[in-house]
Ligand binder design. Sequence first.
Ligand SMILES: [Zn+2]
Length: 264
Amino acid sequence: MKKSVFFIFFIIIALNFIVAPTCAFAENKTPKIAFVIDDFGQDRAGVEQMLNLDIPLTCAIIPFMEHSIDDMKMIIKNGKEAILHMPMEADQYLPESWYGPKMIKNNYDSKQIKEVMQECIDSLPDIKGVNIHIGSGVSQNEKQMMAVMEVVKDNNLYFLDSRTSDKSVCNEVAKELKVDYQYRDVFLEKTKHAEYNHIVSQIQKAIDIAKSNGKAVIIGHVGPEGGEVTAKAIKDSIPSIKNANVEIVPLSQIVSINAYKQDK
Ligand SMILES: [Zn+2]
Protein backbone atom coordinates (compact mmCIF):
# COMPACT_ATOMS: atom_id res chain seq x y z
CA MET A 1 0.00 0.00 0.00
CA LYS A 2 2.69 2.40 1.03
CA LYS A 3 4.69 1.49 -2.04
CA SER A 4 1.79 2.23 -4.40
CA VAL A 5 1.12 5.61 -2.72
CA PHE A 6 4.79 6.46 -3.09
CA PHE A 7 4.65 5.34 -6.73
CA ILE A 8 1.63 7.57 -7.51
CA PHE A 9 3.36 10.48 -5.74
CA PHE A 10 6.47 9.83 -7.81
CA ILE A 11 4.43 9.78 -11.05
CA ILE A 12 2.79 13.16 -10.19
CA ILE A 13 6.15 14.77 -9.48
CA ALA A 14 7.63 13.31 -12.68
CA LEU A 15 4.67 14.53 -14.76
CA ASN A 16 5.21 18.04 -13.38
CA PHE A 17 8.74 18.01 -14.72
CA ILE A 18 7.72 16.57 -18.09
CA VAL A 19 4.45 18.45 -18.77
CA ALA A 20 5.07 21.87 -17.21
CA PRO A 21 8.13 22.82 -19.27
CA THR A 22 6.39 21.54 -22.43
CA CYS A 23 3.38 23.80 -21.75
CA ALA A 24 5.59 26.80 -20.99
CA PHE A 25 7.55 26.12 -24.17
CA ALA A 26 4.35 25.90 -26.26
CA GLU A 27 3.02 29.13 -24.74
CA ASN A 28 6.24 31.04 -25.45
CA LYS A 29 6.21 29.82 -29.03
CA THR A 30 2.74 31.22 -29.86
CA PRO A 31 3.33 33.46 -32.90
CA LYS A 32 2.67 37.12 -32.16
CA ILE A 33 1.46 40.03 -34.28
CA ALA A 34 1.55 43.72 -33.31
CA PHE A 35 -0.58 46.29 -35.12
CA VAL A 36 1.04 49.74 -35.10
CA ILE A 37 -1.24 52.54 -36.34
CA ASP A 38 0.61 55.67 -37.50
CA ASP A 39 -0.36 59.33 -37.90
CA PHE A 40 -2.48 60.00 -34.79
CA GLY A 41 -2.67 63.67 -33.78
CA GLN A 42 -3.90 65.17 -37.04
CA ASP A 43 -6.61 63.98 -39.50
CA ARG A 44 -9.68 62.43 -37.81
CA ALA A 45 -10.44 59.81 -40.50
CA GLY A 46 -10.74 56.41 -38.81
CA VAL A 47 -9.51 57.52 -35.36
CA GLU A 48 -12.73 56.53 -33.58
CA GLN A 49 -13.14 53.24 -35.50
CA MET A 50 -9.51 52.29 -34.84
CA LEU A 51 -9.69 52.98 -31.08
CA ASN A 52 -12.95 51.00 -30.84
CA LEU A 53 -11.28 47.83 -32.16
CA ASP A 54 -11.37 45.20 -29.42
CA ILE A 55 -7.70 44.15 -29.84
CA PRO A 56 -4.35 45.44 -28.54
CA LEU A 57 -3.09 48.30 -30.73
CA THR A 58 0.03 50.45 -30.64
CA CYS A 59 -0.80 53.99 -31.74
CA ALA A 60 1.90 56.36 -33.04
CA ILE A 61 1.27 60.07 -32.43
CA ILE A 62 2.82 62.94 -34.44
CA PRO A 63 3.90 65.50 -31.77
CA PHE A 64 2.68 69.11 -31.47
CA MET A 65 -0.26 68.64 -33.83
CA GLU A 66 -3.79 69.90 -33.14
CA HIS A 67 -4.99 66.60 -31.62
CA SER A 68 -1.72 65.09 -30.27
CA ILE A 69 -2.51 65.42 -26.55
CA ASP A 70 -6.21 64.51 -26.85
CA ASP A 71 -5.34 61.47 -28.96
CA MET A 72 -2.77 60.31 -26.39
CA LYS A 73 -5.41 60.52 -23.64
CA MET A 74 -7.97 58.65 -25.76
CA ILE A 75 -5.44 55.96 -26.72
CA ILE A 76 -4.66 55.29 -23.04
CA LYS A 77 -8.34 55.48 -22.02
CA ASN A 78 -9.13 52.81 -24.63
CA GLY A 79 -6.41 50.51 -23.22
CA LYS A 80 -4.07 50.87 -26.22
CA GLU A 81 -0.30 51.54 -26.24
CA ALA A 82 1.00 54.99 -27.27
CA ILE A 83 4.31 55.75 -29.00
CA LEU A 84 5.90 58.89 -30.47
CA HIS A 85 5.72 59.08 -34.29
CA MET A 86 8.88 61.17 -34.70
CA PRO A 87 8.97 63.22 -37.91
CA MET A 88 12.31 62.81 -39.71
CA GLU A 89 13.22 64.24 -43.12
CA ALA A 90 12.96 62.19 -46.33
CA ASP A 91 15.78 61.63 -48.84
CA GLN A 92 13.88 63.85 -51.28
CA TYR A 93 12.01 67.16 -51.01
CA LEU A 94 8.57 66.95 -49.38
CA PRO A 95 6.38 69.87 -48.21
CA GLU A 96 7.15 70.94 -44.60
CA SER A 97 3.47 70.57 -43.68
CA TRP A 98 3.78 66.77 -44.10
CA TYR A 99 6.12 66.63 -41.10
CA GLY A 100 4.35 68.86 -38.56
CA PRO A 101 5.96 71.67 -36.55
CA LYS A 102 8.81 69.62 -34.94
CA MET A 103 11.09 67.35 -36.95
CA ILE A 104 14.64 66.08 -37.41
CA LYS A 105 16.13 67.59 -40.57
CA ASN A 106 18.86 65.97 -42.68
CA ASN A 107 21.30 68.76 -41.69
CA TYR A 108 20.73 68.59 -37.89
CA ASP A 109 23.75 67.82 -35.71
CA SER A 110 23.57 65.50 -32.66
CA LYS A 111 22.84 68.34 -30.23
CA GLN A 112 19.92 69.65 -32.31
CA ILE A 113 18.54 66.11 -32.68
CA LYS A 114 18.72 65.41 -28.94
CA GLU A 115 16.99 68.69 -28.11
CA VAL A 116 14.07 68.25 -30.51
CA MET A 117 13.64 64.56 -29.62
CA GLN A 118 13.51 65.30 -25.89
CA GLU A 119 11.02 68.12 -26.46
CA CYS A 120 8.75 65.74 -28.42
CA ILE A 121 9.09 62.93 -25.83
CA ASP A 122 8.29 65.34 -22.97
CA SER A 123 5.17 66.53 -24.82
CA LEU A 124 3.71 62.98 -24.79
CA PRO A 125 4.39 61.58 -21.30
CA ASP A 126 2.46 58.30 -21.72
CA ILE A 127 4.52 56.89 -24.61
CA LYS A 128 6.34 53.53 -24.44
CA GLY A 129 8.42 53.85 -27.61
CA VAL A 130 9.32 55.78 -30.76
CA ASN A 131 8.91 55.11 -34.47
CA ILE A 132 9.62 57.05 -37.66
CA HIS A 133 7.27 59.41 -39.54
CA ILE A 134 8.59 59.63 -43.17
CA GLY A 135 12.37 59.59 -42.38
CA SER A 136 13.96 57.96 -45.46
CA GLY A 137 16.83 60.50 -45.25
CA VAL A 138 17.66 60.58 -41.53
CA SER A 139 17.34 56.80 -41.04
CA GLN A 140 20.25 56.25 -43.48
CA ASN A 141 22.57 58.51 -41.46
CA GLU A 142 24.52 56.60 -38.80
CA LYS A 143 25.63 59.63 -36.80
CA GLN A 144 22.10 61.05 -36.70
CA MET A 145 20.55 57.70 -35.76
CA MET A 146 23.13 57.35 -32.95
CA ALA A 147 21.83 60.60 -31.43
CA VAL A 148 18.20 59.45 -31.88
CA MET A 149 18.83 56.06 -30.23
CA GLU A 150 20.78 57.58 -27.33
CA VAL A 151 17.72 59.69 -26.45
CA VAL A 152 15.44 56.65 -26.86
CA LYS A 153 17.65 54.67 -24.47
CA ASP A 154 18.03 57.49 -21.92
CA ASN A 155 14.22 57.71 -21.71
CA ASN A 156 13.76 53.91 -21.29
CA LEU A 157 11.78 53.65 -24.52
CA TYR A 158 11.90 51.17 -27.39
CA PHE A 159 12.48 51.91 -31.07
CA LEU A 160 10.54 50.67 -34.09
CA ASP A 161 12.18 51.14 -37.48
CA SER A 162 9.36 51.80 -39.95
CA ARG A 163 11.91 50.94 -42.69
CA THR A 164 10.91 53.74 -45.04
CA SER A 165 14.39 53.33 -46.57
CA ASP A 166 16.01 50.03 -47.50
CA LYS A 167 19.33 51.68 -46.59
CA SER A 168 18.23 52.20 -42.96
CA VAL A 169 21.05 51.84 -40.41
CA CYS A 170 18.68 51.57 -37.40
CA ASN A 171 19.35 47.85 -36.93
CA GLU A 172 23.14 48.28 -36.62
CA VAL A 173 22.87 51.36 -34.39
CA ALA A 174 20.31 49.72 -32.06
CA LYS A 175 22.57 46.70 -31.77
CA GLU A 176 25.61 48.82 -30.93
CA LEU A 177 23.75 50.83 -28.27
CA LYS A 178 21.69 47.83 -27.03
CA VAL A 179 18.38 49.63 -27.54
CA ASP A 180 15.15 47.57 -27.48
CA TYR A 181 14.42 47.44 -31.17
CA GLN A 182 12.07 46.02 -33.78
CA TYR A 183 11.47 46.65 -37.45
CA ARG A 184 8.28 46.82 -39.50
CA ASP A 185 7.52 43.68 -41.49
CA VAL A 186 4.42 44.75 -43.43
CA PHE A 187 2.74 48.01 -44.45
CA LEU A 188 -1.04 47.59 -44.75
CA GLU A 189 -1.84 50.25 -47.32
CA LYS A 190 -0.39 50.98 -50.73
CA THR A 191 1.34 54.38 -50.67
CA LYS A 192 -1.28 57.11 -50.26
CA HIS A 193 -4.03 54.67 -51.08
CA ALA A 194 -6.20 52.42 -48.88
CA GLU A 195 -7.72 49.46 -50.69
CA TYR A 196 -9.72 46.96 -48.60
CA ASN A 197 -8.71 43.73 -50.40
CA HIS A 198 -5.04 44.72 -50.44
CA ILE A 199 -5.08 45.39 -46.67
CA VAL A 200 -6.73 42.02 -45.94
CA SER A 201 -4.08 40.21 -48.03
CA GLN A 202 -1.28 42.15 -46.26
CA ILE A 203 -2.64 40.95 -42.89
CA GLN A 204 -2.56 37.38 -44.25
CA LYS A 205 1.07 37.95 -45.28
CA ALA A 206 1.84 39.09 -41.71
CA ILE A 207 0.19 35.93 -40.30
CA ASP A 208 2.51 33.82 -42.49
CA ILE A 209 5.58 35.83 -41.36
CA ALA A 210 4.57 35.44 -37.69
CA LYS A 211 4.18 31.69 -38.15
CA SER A 212 7.67 31.28 -39.59
CA ASN A 213 9.54 33.99 -37.56
CA GLY A 214 7.52 33.91 -34.32
CA LYS A 215 6.54 37.57 -34.72
CA ALA A 216 5.39 40.15 -37.24
CA VAL A 217 5.02 43.92 -36.94
CA ILE A 218 2.36 45.57 -39.10
CA ILE A 219 2.01 49.31 -39.77
CA GLY A 220 -1.29 50.88 -40.86
CA HIS A 221 -2.58 54.45 -40.77
CA VAL A 222 -5.38 56.69 -39.61
CA GLY A 223 -6.10 59.69 -41.84
CA PRO A 224 -6.40 59.78 -45.63
CA GLU A 225 -3.80 57.02 -46.20
CA GLY A 226 -5.87 54.42 -44.31
CA GLY A 227 -8.53 55.48 -41.82
CA GLU A 228 -11.94 53.75 -41.83
CA VAL A 229 -11.03 51.31 -44.63
CA THR A 230 -8.00 50.08 -42.67
CA ALA A 231 -9.97 49.85 -39.40
CA LYS A 232 -12.68 47.76 -41.11
CA ALA A 233 -10.16 45.46 -42.81
CA ILE A 234 -8.43 44.85 -39.45
CA LYS A 235 -11.77 44.20 -37.72
CA ASP A 236 -12.86 41.72 -40.41
CA SER A 237 -9.48 39.91 -40.21
CA ILE A 238 -9.57 39.25 -36.43
CA PRO A 239 -11.31 35.81 -36.81
CA SER A 240 -8.73 34.55 -39.33
CA ILE A 241 -5.85 35.74 -37.08
CA LYS A 242 -7.40 33.84 -34.15
CA ASN A 243 -8.05 30.75 -36.31
CA ALA A 244 -4.36 30.75 -37.28
CA ASN A 245 -3.49 30.65 -33.53
CA VAL A 246 -1.60 33.91 -33.81
CA GLU A 247 -1.78 36.22 -30.78
CA ILE A 248 -2.32 39.97 -31.22
CA VAL A 249 -0.18 41.89 -28.70
CA PRO A 250 1.00 45.46 -28.04
CA LEU A 251 4.37 46.14 -29.67
CA SER A 252 6.10 46.29 -26.25
CA GLN A 253 5.39 42.56 -25.81
CA ILE A 254 7.45 41.53 -28.82
CA VAL A 255 10.01 44.30 -28.87
CA SER A 256 12.32 42.46 -26.51
CA ILE A 257 12.70 39.71 -29.14
CA ASN A 258 15.45 41.85 -30.63
CA ALA A 259 15.45 41.88 -34.40
CA TYR A 260 19.24 42.03 -34.58
CA LYS A 261 19.52 38.83 -32.57
CA GLN A 262 17.30 37.07 -35.12
CA ASP A 263 19.11 38.54 -38.12
CA LYS A 264 22.61 37.48 -37.13
ZN1 LIG B 1 3.55 58.73 -40.58
